[in-house]
Design a protein around this ligand. Structure first.
Ligand code: GLP
Length: 260
């Protein structure tokens, strides 16, 4: 795994956005796996800026979001549908028919999940997957003890995740208990994975994911099994990494490294 440590959240977001833009420039019809949460907001703002000021084109892009709360209508201000439209989709030129977000209101979850998996395959698989990380080390809504081969499915949220996400709702009781989420196995099939984390609250989870054993107790640790994953962190989120000096050294020496 490549670990890229930035001084600030803004720098981290910009570095990750440049990585996504590089994929888009090489593959204009790329399939992007999108994440929600406060972490990727800066990355989305930077991509929107590149679209508006530098002509970064999304007209051939297809997207698949990682997850959605069960039971929230798409118009609910905390639904991931709403989040994505407000923070990203309405600011760029992705054709609406190319946007996929799991349904939190389907009448048949199993059939929907099978269709979602099928649709990712039909679109040629995900070229670059953006991820955040939960404070318990989860990716998407793959809570601790999720199978590392899991596919898109309905998941019961951990109490700690409900607590973490309560800040976005009027009260804790309003936080949905269930979600529909891509599985760890689904995520690992993406050709390239970018995980972003910022802030002191994520430091333990980041250290466990990057340097701990591969375990279903920290589903982000499964990225250690992926051949092309990068972890973008700010100083605070990097504060528990034991190999920090090495990661910085690698980045410092990168410009002079033999070209691949
Ligand atoms: C939720 C989402 C995850 C996200 C996590 C962290 O659990 N399902 O995809 O990574 O929140 O959110 P935040 O970035 O707000 O800390």
């Amino acid at each position: 795994m490549e670990v890229i440590i930035s001084k600030t959240y803004e720098e981290m977001s910009r570095a990750a956005a440049l990585d996504v833009a590089e994929v888009l420039n090489a593959t204009p019809d790329a399939v992007i796996g999108m994440a929600t949460g406060s972490t990727p907001l800066g990355l989305y703002q930077e991509l929107v800026r590149m679209h508006k000021k530098e002509g970064l084109d999304f007209s051939q892009v297809t997207t698949f979001n990682l997850d959605e709360y069960v039971g929230l209508p798409v118009t609910h201000s905390q639904s991931y549908h709403y989040f994505m439209h407000e923070n990203f989709f309405k600011h760029v030129n992705i054709p609406p028919q190319n946007i996929h977000i799991p349904s939190g209101t389907t009448s048949n979850y199993r059939a929907f999940c099978d269709w979602y998996e099928q649709r990712i395959k039909e679109c040629g698989g995900i070229d670059v997957q953006i991820l955040g990380i939960g404070s318990d080390g989860h990716i998407a809504f793959n809570e601790p003890a999720s199978s590392l081969s899991s596919r898109t499915r309905l998941k019961t949220l951990a109490k700690s995740t409900i607590d973490d996400n309560a800040r976005f709702f009027k009260s804790r009781d309003e936080v949905p208990i269930y979600a529909i989420t891509m599985g760890v196995g689904t995520i690992l099939e993406a050709r390239k994975i970018l995980l972003l984390a910022n802030g002191r609250k994520k430091a333990e989870a980041v250290a466990a994911a990057v340097e701990g054993p591969v375990t279903s107790m920290i589903t982000a640790s499964a990225l250690q099994m992926h051949a092309d994953s990068a972890v973008y962190v700010d100083d605070d989120a990097a504060s528990k990494l034991q190999m920090r000096e090495y990661y910085d050294w690698v980045q410092q020496k990168k410009p002079d490294a033999p070209k691949l």
